[in-house]
Ligand binder design. Sequence first.
Ligand SMILES: [Zn+2]
Length: 500
Amino acid sequence: MKSRATPAPRTHDEYLATLAADKRATLAKLRKAIAAAAPGAEECISNGIPAYRHEGRSIAEFALKPKRVAAKKRGAASRAVTLLLAVALAATTLGAQSSATPSGSGGHNDPHHVAAPTIVLLSLDGFRYDYLDRYPGPNFARLLAHGVRADGLIPAFPSKTFPNHFTIVTGLEPQHHGLVANRFYDPARNASYGMSDSLAVRDGTWYHGEPVWVTAERQGMVAASYFWPGSEADIGGVRPSRVKAYDGKVPNAERVDTLLAWLALPADTRPHFLTLYFSTTDDGGHRGGPESAEAAEAVRTVDVSIGRLLDGLERANVGAGGIELIVVADHGMAAYTPAQYVALDTVIDLQDVRVADGGPNANIHVGGGRDRATLLRDSINRRMEHGRAYLREDVPEALHYRDDSRIGDLVVVMALPWQVGLARSAPRSAGGTHGWDPANREMQGVFVSWRPDAAGPARIGTVRNVDIARYITDRLGLAPAPTTDGVPGRLAQQLKDARR
Ligand SMILES: [Zn+2]
């Protein structure tokens, strides 16, 4: 690797120390900017990210403007990013549009889109394919009565939250859209991305591919997002016309009510593509596993939220195009025990080795080139029974997980329910998690397509989540994103056959 002004950390501990220092510096800047823009704002921490309330309202939107501060370095993309913050207070319950938010449509639909359908894409994080049967509820019954339900929604590998949410909206495998894990290291940038790092999450240069909201906005159709990984970033100069900064504390009911208020806007500004996200079932499944009281309770809570949403959607007046609700999950859930864990520290020498992410699989960057990576691979494989290490180029083809150096030099793929990582990250108690090969049925999520006037219930086989983005852009009458890893028309055909 060529030398840079900031030398690459040499050990894992050094790497962690660098991250912590970066985070402290960033937080200090953020606090200073908030204090200047909204004196008296009070800070609270949400998911490790500071959030602010001002005069009783949360600061719902702010734009982060990257600005290069360091001297230009040869080809270096960028740690040299400082942040200028423009803070806009949410003025109404509709969520004000920040003037700094770029948007292809300018917040107005081109007249030829006014008759297009409206699609609400709802993600129930970690809602396993069988929860509808295991934990039935009255509002799920309403959903299915006018719905087409799939036997399961097959996620991309790894079956994790950020990679799969971005696959759903881009139609690309993680190896092509850039979010190869919830947290990863990019050797070309010498920088890391993490789903809890709000600055990285809002930096559009991390994302490849074209999410549906960008496709829509670029063609003059208004899109809106009440949470979705990637929605806060300026991707190719475009964000949804309406977008919310992630705040896990906002109750589902408030998310639903805001989305319904967006649907009540005049046709000129009413969004035709909207995303909505509930983390409830992922939280419950992680705590106790998919068959726990916590999971059951989480599903009950989501049933109530779905009822509130259906009440509103049934009454919504969205014009001739009608409305479709697509309910998806990013992945399923499986139970694990702390005993089913392999600590890499006990298997290989971690000198010059960076374990960027662990769990059901691990992404490992190895200093010392291919020979050392091969040695480490063999050491791991000699000592490990319940998983296998691969050089990136040898990862099994079915996982579609080779084409991005962010994946690492070595990938360890564990057999469900085994996990791998550093000793200090070992789980202390049993629970649930996900990330394993999508071929495991437990990793499949829910999929339901609902239309208020559709005859149901109807059933289809499994659906692949790479097919969803293209289905949506076709339904909206948009020219599709330039590339897809899905099969154009496949999901539309599945749904058509079911509704026949
Ligand atoms: Zn999760």
